[in-house]
Write a protein that binds this ligand. Structure first.
Ligand SMILES: *Cc1c(COP(=O)(O)O)cnc(C)c1O
Length: 409
């Protein structure tokens, strides 16, 4: 016997007043739905299915599913819905669809939209699995993809054509941290009615303003800063209700990219602290980058908010802080980079990022191992390049650790 939703409780906090809330308030409250028990912390609805009072009610829900009604957890779930509403409020989009991982989000946004014969223009400097989708998978299904140097606006102008359906880019590229001028690229794309799809992981939902700068669809790996403590995989596609519900959702709900309710709960709680964590991590990252620039063992230090960064102006315009990742090019190539990694005491060797623990990786031999040396050269991934994801440890401790490891070289 279904006992019904119980007495009326505060409605989902998705109303007009919410638009006046600042991002930090939205990150704590937006999207909250309470059960009849009036719990403070969001409930985990760890259920695959939902019951109907009558056969007629089941029929009605399959004809038209109401705003807060559910059928099956692959289609939607109340905890997942809370996360979707909260991140959409934060991002400034009408809606969002949560996915099992960041890659499910990238794949869902692209495959939901594209069909054989469509043309896509993409920045070349991409996260390895994003590159796989654009370079290998989409062409297999007849989608034509043109790659450009994301920082070269003339290249975007040449590549975007009348029949271009979408452009894809990472606002800050992994692992080189090159910054794409999103506003300029969006203008070029919109002149041809192309959909601007942005992977905004490195800019984070805290520092980046992708929608303000012209993105139509913003994709996150929630695995990174949104969880922020290295626990769960997750992802999300933010966009208009039209894109999210008519383009992305049909593809994702039928192909199985749904986020688990438990992981959605971890991401919801992660959002509550995302501003504090990312702010502190970026502050440390800027201090580290500034202190390490010019170090005799380093050929180069890259960080979007260092004045020496080649796209410093664009980075300052589109990001409130420079992000939580810095790239160090260690003189002496792989051998010296490995010596540096192995000498670190606090900073841990791992290929993840956005964690509260500082993590370091050597892209040429791990995340970008699949590429040929020529491709790595094109992307600026040298054998000495090390990516440092800055965590929440004390800044002076991390700096001392990095300096001591550089001394070992
Ligand atoms: C990690 C990452 C992804 C993929 O996210 P997963 O959650 O690991 O699937 C996509 N894009 C960027 C830029 C990333 O850093």
């Amino acid at each position: 016997m279904f006992l019904g939703p119980g007495p009326a409780r505060p409605a989902p906090m998705k109303d007009m007043t919410m638009t006046n809330w600042s991002p930090r308030t939205k990150a704590v409250h937006a999207g909250t739905r309470r059960s009849q028990y009036g719990e403070v912390a969001e409930a985990i609805y760890l259920t695959q299915g939902f019951v109907y009072d009558t056969a007629e009610a089941a029929e009605a829900r399959f004809i038209e599913t109401g705003a807060d009604e559910y059928i099956y957890a692959r289609y939607g779930n109340p905890t997942v819905r809370m996360f979707e509403d909260r991140i959409a409020a934060l991002e400034g989009t009408e809606d969002a669809f949560a996915t099992a991982s960041g890659m499910a989000a990238v794949n869902g946004a692209l495959c939901g939209l594209l069909k054989a014969g469509d043309h896509v223009v993409s920045a070349r400097a991409l996260f390895g699995s994003c590159l796989y989708i654009l370079e290998e998978l989409l062409p297999r299904y007849g989608v034509k993809v043109t790659f450009v140097d994301g920082t070269d606006l003339d290249a975007w102008r040449d590549a975007v054509r009348e029949d271009t359906k979408a452009v894809f880019l990472e606002t800050v590229a992994n692992p080189t941290l090159e910054v794409v001028d999103l506003k300029a690229v969006a203008e070029i794309a919109h002149a041809q009615d192309a959909v601007v799809i942005v992977d905004n992981v490195f800019a984070t939902p805290v520092f980046g303003h992708a929608v303000r700068d012209g993105a139509d669809v913003v994709v996150y790996s929630a695995t990174k800063h949104i969880d922020g403590q290295g626990r769960c995989l997750g992802g999300v596609i933010c966009g208009t209700t039209e894109f999210v519900r008519k383009v992305a959702e049909p593809y994702l709900k039928h192909t199985g990219g749904a986020l688990s309710p438990f992981n959605a709960w971890v991401m919801l709680k992660g959002l509550e602290t995302v501003h504090l964590r990312c702010g502190a991590q970026a502050e440390t990252a800027l201090k580290l980058a500034t202190a390490l620039e010019g170090h005799p063992k380093l050929a180069h230090v890259a960080y979007p908010h260092l004045p020496s960064h080649p796209q410093y102006d664009a980075a300052k315009r589109q990001m409130d802080q420079g992000g939580t990742v810095i790239a160090l090019d260690i003189k002496g190539g792989k051998a010296e980079a490995f010596r540096f990694l192995n000498a670190l005491q606090i900073v841990t060797i791992s290929n993840n990022l956005g964690d509260s623990k500082s993590l370091v990786t050597h892209p040429a031999t791990t995340t970008h191992q699949r590429l040929t040396p020529e491709q790595r050269y094109q992307l600026g991934i040298s054998d000495g390049l090390v990516r440092l994801s800055v965590g929440l440890e004390d800044c002076e401790d991390v700096l001392a650790d990095v300096k001591a490891a550089l001394d070992v070289i």
